[in-house]
Design a protein around this ligand. Structure first.
Ligand SMILES: Cc1cc2nc3c(=O)[nH]c(=O)nc-3n(C[C@H](O)[C@H](O)[C@H](O)COP(=O)(O)O)c2cc1C
Length: 179
């Protein structure tokens, strides 16, 4: 028998699993840290993310999961284009800043070196291991997040990766670098 997960009576409630316990258990995964960014109504918007994934090679597609309360969600939905910058181990301060709740909405990237992507103009962080420019293809509501899927329309390979910098990793609520 096939089932549609979204329609199952237990799906909305999580089937009785304690959400805090499930979230805590998922902290056992080590995840690369990135910054999702966009430019909307003349302002730069950016957040630190780990819920981002390479989805498809042909065509190249990426996704990022954005919390429904994140101000970034309004911006990325409004703009239709966004960037993803993969952070190196030297970018902990940037990751912390762009994850700080309630930081000013204006000037979020004033102290973060960045330059516009060549295709869409979205801000990409200088010194990132790699930068991707995406054009949104779908936004799917998913629980308390939205899954934002984007076609990769621009690419900025990072000089930092070429120079041997290692990725910034999040594990058990702390930042780490690969040994
Ligand atoms: C390591 C780390 C990873 C995060 N990953 C995500 C994520 O994937 N999606 C998300 O919506 N928020 C994520 N957050 C939380 C946002 O960065 C944070 O809520 C941010 O302040 C939202 O900013 P905004 O309200 O200006 O959009 C993460 C935070 C940290 C510290």
């Amino acid at each position: 028998m096939t089932s549609e997960p979204g329609q199952h009576p237990d799906a909305a409630s999580g089937g009785g699993v304690d959400p805090d316990a499930a979230a805590a258990a998922f902290e056992e995964i080590a995840a690369g840290v990135a910054v999702a960014s966009t430019r909307w109504r003349g302002q730069d918007h950016a957040i630190t993310v780990t819920s981002c994934t390479w989805v498809s090679r042909e065509p190249p597609l990426l996704l990022v999961c954005v919390h429904e309360d994140a101000r970034f969600l309004d911006a990325v939905e409004g703009a239709g284009t966004w960037g993803l910058s993969l952070l190196g181990e030297g970018a902990r301060a940037t990751a912390s800043w762009l994850a700080t709740p309630g930081r000013p909405a204006v000037g979020q990237l004033d102290r973060v070196p960045h330059t516009p992507g060549a295709v869409t103009g979205v801000p990409l962080l200088d010194g990132a291991l790699a930068g991707f420019e995406c054009r949104t293809t779908d936004v799917h509501p998913a629980g308390d997040h939205a899954v934002v899927l984007g076609a990769v329309v621009g690419l900025r390979p990072g000089a930092a990766a070429a120079a041997g910098e290692k990725p910034l990793v999040r594990f058990r609520r702390s930042y780490h670098a690969l040994a």
